[in-house]
Each structure stands twice: as C-alpha cells, then as structure tokens.
Design a protein around this ligand. Structure first.
Ligand code: GRF
Length: 200
C-alpha cells in the first residue's frame, strides 16, 4: 500500500478528485490532508471523505519549525508520497530530503501552465493576459526549484478569441481534474516513470 498525503491551501478541488479516484485504486491510500490555512475549502472536503485533515498554520514560526510539525504528522502516518494540490508554501530543502528516493523526491505538484512557461503565481492570469493561443496543465515531480521538476503529464487546451478569463480557467480546471487522478493511477500501477503517458 502506498500511503499518501495531500497538501492544499485553498478550495481543494484537486484534492477532491484525488480522494475520489483513490477509492477505486488498490495500492493507494490517501491517509491525510495537510493545510496551512484554517479557512481552506479543502477542510470540508476532508470531512466528506472521512480523511483526517491537519490544519497547521505557520503563524510566527520559522519555516523549519512549521515543517517539523508537519513532518511529525507524516511520520506517524507513514506517508510515502505527497501530492501538492494548491499548497501555497515552498518546501525547504530539509523537508524535501525526507522524501528523497535516489535522484528524485516522492512529491508531486500540479501547475496551471505548460511548464516551463509561466512558473510561479497567477499562471492562468498571466498566460491569458499574454493572449496565448493554447495553454495547459502540468503534473510534475517537485525539486529544489519552483515549478521545475520532471514532467509526468502535460495536457493542452485551446484558447478561443472569445474566451473570457473565467472560460480560460474553467478549461484548465477541467484538465486538472482529469490528469491529477490519472497521475495517481500511474503511481498505483507503478507506471509513474514510464515514457508514454496517455490520459484520456
Ligand atoms: C490549481 O489551479 C493548481 O493547478 C494549482 O493550485 C490550484 C489549486 O486549486 N497548483 P484547487 O484548490 O485544487 O481547486
């Protein structure tokens, strides 16, 4: 069994589709959710799916103190992989080390752009403002840099000239909700690193 933690700071729509998908996967167990925001939407999603949700704000503590509290929880639940789903804190090198497996870390992120384009915050908005003709969503391994690790899945969508920002984001969110569960399934099937990734 692969024990997984989801980290989220916001609404948690990606957390929700992961929890949903995990119900049909034999080798995956989503053991807990971690959020740093006490009003995050993801808290009620955790309740719906009866998954313990740990609300761990950073407060006035240092990043290391904050992460140490999170690491203590992850240790108790024997977490092996982390799925970041809109977690708005950058993980320190010290934290990453705890999830190191040979040359990568067992931490996955989803980012709302065709990486390496539009790394960082407000990726949907910046791509839209640039009037890109297509954009996309990327699921990737986490490394020391922001939105940078090995790409696991990438899927594009077209922007029509009549699309509003809301339309553009809705297209992207739809793809997020397809491909993040798909990545979970690859992990379940021990295919995360296979060369050919098709998520239809
Ligand atoms: C998503 O757009 C994801 O790509 C980004 O953070 C957002 C989280 O959305 N990393 P939600 O809370 O899962 O709805």
């Amino acid at each position: 069994m692969i024990n997984i933690a989801i980290f989220a700071s916001g609404a948690g729509s990606n957390a929700k589709v992961l929890l949903q998908k995990a119900q049909e996967l034999k080798n995956i167990k989503i053991k807990l959710i971690v959020t740093d925001q006490k009003n995050a939407g993801v808290i009620s999603i955790g309740k719906d799916y009866k998954v313990p949700t740990f609300i761990i704000p950073r407060g006035k503590r240092t990043l290391i103190e904050h992460e140490n509290e999170i690491l203590a929880v992850l240790r108790i639940y024997q977490i092996e992989w982390i799925f970041l789903a809109g977690y708005m804190k950058i993980l320190s090198q010290n934290f990453l080390k705890h999830f190191q497996k040979s040359d990568y870390y067992k931490i996955i992120n989803i980012h709302p752009s065709l990486l390496p384009n539009y790394k960082g915050l407000n990726a949907f908005e910046r791509a839209f403002d640039d009037q890109v003709s297509e954009s996309g969503i990327t699921v990737h391994l986490v490394n020391e840099k922001i939105d940078d690790g090995q790409i696991i899945i990438q899927k594009k969508f077209k922007r029509n000239s009549s699309d509003s920002l809301a339309d553009f984001i809705a297209k992207g969110k739809k793809i997020e909700h397809e491909i993040y569960p798909c990545a979970l399934e690859f992990l379940n099937n021990n295919q995360l690193f296979s060369m050919r990734h098709i998520c239809e």
